[in-house]
Design a protein around this ligand. Structure first.
Ligand code: SF4
Ligand code: SF4
Length: 187
């Protein structure tokens, strides 16, 4: 049998009193908490689910997401409706979940932005909603808005949202960050 590696020291190692070390009391306390929540939710569900904490996503949508929830990506657009993205791949590179795939295209007639995303897709089965892609983008081309996506399927292989969907957002709705930027001409 292989020897077990030595246990690491943690900076926030908890100190247990005799109550916790006795173990059984904490187990009972945990079970009581679970039972309390379970029966409270069961009661609400029986009375028509008003206030129940769970919802049958995606059939049901919670109405009480926090104001700061940013659950949906959008691709911003130029005034002529083309994506602001220049297919630089920075967002895909920084993404810790490796869930952005971009296929770059070349439009030599657009001398200011010859590169554009021919395909742009995010795998929502893997995205952890960290926002790094938004932070990394040099063009303000990808944002996360206070919404949740219409996920394309219930199978993990069907959870890709593609460019066509990501560009259905109306940019003028984000009052906190007006688009186009000051000085630009509106769509
Ligand atoms: S929010 Fe995070 S995990 Fe999701 S696509 Fe952006 S960088 Fe990747
Ligand atoms: S969304 Fe931004 S970071 Fe990602 S490829 Fe487009 S321009 Fe680059």
């Amino acid at each position: 049998m292989r020897p077990r590696p030595p246990r690491r020291d943690y900076w926030n190692e908890p100190t247990l009193g005799w109550w916790e070390r006795a173990y059984i009391f904490e187990v009972v306390r945990g079970l009581l908490t679970t039972s309390r929540v379970f029966w409270r939710n069961m009661g609400r569900w029986v009375r028509g689910r008003k206030g129940a904490l769970t919802s049958y996503y995606p059939e049901e949508r919670r109405a009480d997401y926090g104001r700061r929830n940013r659950g949906k990506h959008v691709l911003t657009q130029r005034p002529d409706g083309r994506p602001q993205c220049i297919a630089c791949n920075l967002c895909a590179t920084v993404c810790p979940a490796r869930c952005i795939e971009i296929e770059a295209g070349l439009d030599l007639e657009d001398t200011a932005h010859p590169k554009y995303p021919e395909a742009f897709a995010i795998d929502y089965a893997r995205c952890i909603f960290c926002g790094f892609c938004v932070e990394a983008c040099p063009e303000d081309a990808i944002r996360m808005v206070p919404d949740i996506p219409d996920l394309p399927g219930n199978d993990r292989h069907d959870m890709w949202l593609h460019k066509e969907h990501l560009m259905t957002w109306n940019p003028q709705r984000d009052v906190a960050k007006p688009y186009p930027p000051k000085g630009g001409s509106g769509p």
